[in-house]
Design a binder for this molecule. Structure first.
Ligand code: C5P
Length: 201
């Protein structure tokens, strides 16, 4: 039997950290679906057509530290508005969600489009200032040349594009539990997510 946990939210809301932690806690597989769009975005920066890149995506394309740069993130959110790109990535995500033993998928449209029947849906948010500070610390710790203002501007541009697009926009599913992590430590946020999931198992 499959058991799917859908975790959506804007950039740097904490959804990735929470997803990895709950997958670990319950022994579920985890898919960071943002990586799929980032891998397509990276190929487009190299001159490949976005739809062709999405159709030809391979597991090894999901590797590499440069997937985590702001440049690739922006490219990802630009390819993510293209319905054919989203369509090309759909089957892989749904098959992952249906694997036995449980799966956690995090992204923007998991609870609304990819897995509308997920047993648990979480929508993770945090204030712009908190999200920008978290992403700034993450990127600067990795040695990337970023400023706080630049990171905030990037996040806002990406969120706007993600929220306003026609194809699978970023929005909380009607039946999602909203988790605002602005004032929470990682441990508190993970404990809340674990409690929500435990109540549904
Ligand atoms: O989650 P992450 O920040 O890595 O995602 C990068 C970009 O990929 C997002 O800004 C969004 O445009 C796109 N994305 C999406 N749908 C998903 C996951 C990511 O459109 N399920």
């Amino acid at each position: 039997m499959s058991f799917t946990v859908a975790i959506d939210g804007p950039a740097a809301s904490g959804k990735g950290t929470i997803s990895r932690a709950v997958a670990d806690h319950f022994g579920f597989a985890h898919l960071d679906t943002g990586l799929l769009y980032r891998a397509v975005g990276r190929k487009v920066l190299d001159g490949v057509d976005p739809v062709q890149a999405a159709k030809a995506l391979q597991a090894e394309d999901l590797q590499g530290d440069d997937l985590r740069t702001s440049k690739v993130a922006q490219a990802a959110s630009k390819v993510a508005v293209i319905p054919e790109v989203r369509q090309a990535l759909l089957d892989f995500q749904r098959a992952f969600a249906m694997r036995s033993g449980g799966a956690v998928l995090d992204g923007r449209d998991i609870g609304t489009v990819i897995c509308p029947g997920a047993q648990v849906k979480l929508f993770v948010t945090a204030s712009d200032a908190v999200r920008a500070e978290r992403r700034y610390l993450e990127l600067s710790t990795k040695g990337q040349d970023v400023t706080r203002d630049g990171v905030l501007e990037d996040l806002r541009a990406r969120d706007k594009r993600d929220r306003e697009r026609d194809a699978a926009p970023l929005v909380a599913a009607e039946d999602a539990v909203v988790l605002d992590t602005s004032e929470m430590s990682i441990d508190e946020a993970v404990a809340k997510a674990v409690a929500v999931i435990e109540a549904r198992i």
